[in-house]
Design a protein around this ligand. Sequence first.
Ligand code: ADP
Ligand code: MG
Length: 245
Amino acid sequence: MSNPIIEFKNVSKIYADGKDAALSDINFTVDQGEFACLIGPSGGGKTTILKIIAGLEKATTGEVKKPAIIAMTFQGGALFPWLNVYENASFGLNARNRLLNGEEKYSEHKIKTETLNYVKMMGLEDFINKYPAELSGGQRQRVGIARALAVDPQVLLLDEPFSALDAKTTAELHDDLIKIWRTTEKTIVIVSHLIEEAVSLAERVILIKDRKVANIFKIELPYPRREQGLTYHQDVMKIRREFFK
Ligand code: ADP
Ligand code: MG
C-alpha cells in the first residue's frame, strides 16, 4: 500500500505578476520514504512545485497535502557568507529555537550534537570553522544539505543541488545522498534538469514540461545505478525520448 506524504491534486499556480500560469493542473504523489525527482526543461515550473511543498508559495487552485516540517536547499546553495560551516549548519535549529518557548526548545547541547551529527554525515568535520568563500562548490552544497537535515525534516527538498559541480564531485555527492537517504529514511524530492542524475538517484522521476506533468517513470534499478550498464542507459533513453518530444 502506498502512503503519500505529499499529494498535489489539480494544482495550478499563477504568480501575481506573471502573465501565464507557472503550473497548470499538476497531479502527483510522493510516498513516505520515497526518493522522487522532478525533471524537465528550465522554466517548466519545478522550483514553483518545491516552493509550494515548502510553504513558500501557495497554489492558486487545487489541493496540496504536505507535512509540517520541511527543509529546502536552493539553487546555488544560498549559504550565509558571514557564518562558518558550523554556524550555517546550526542556523535552522537556532531559528527554530527562537520560534519556540519552554520545553519545546532544544538545549545548547542538543543543538550542538544534532549539528555535529549531520556535519559529520556530510564529511565536513574538518571544515567546521571555514567560511563559504573558503570552500569548494561541492563542500558548499554539503553544508546546505547538513543545514537542511539538522532540523530533522519530514521531507527534504533539494533544488538543483549539483548543477554547478564537476562530474566527479557530482558522482560522489550522489553516492553520499543515497547513503543518507538509506540511513535517515527521509522522504527526498530533488529537482534536476539532467536525465542521468534523475536515473542515478530517484525511485520515481516526474517529468514536468510546459507547466504540466508530462509523464511519471518508475526506476527499479539497484544502486549504484551508474554501474548498471545497459539497463541504466535504457532508462535514460526512455526518459530522454519524452523529454525532447
Ligand atoms: P523551473 O524551476 O522549472 O525552471 P520555475 O518554477 O522557476 O521553473 O518557473 C516557472 C515559471 O514561473 C517561469 O515562467 C517563471 O518565469 C515563472 N516564475 C517563477 N517565479 C516567479 C515569480 N516569483 N514571479 C513571477 N513569475 C515567476
Ligand atoms: Mg528552478
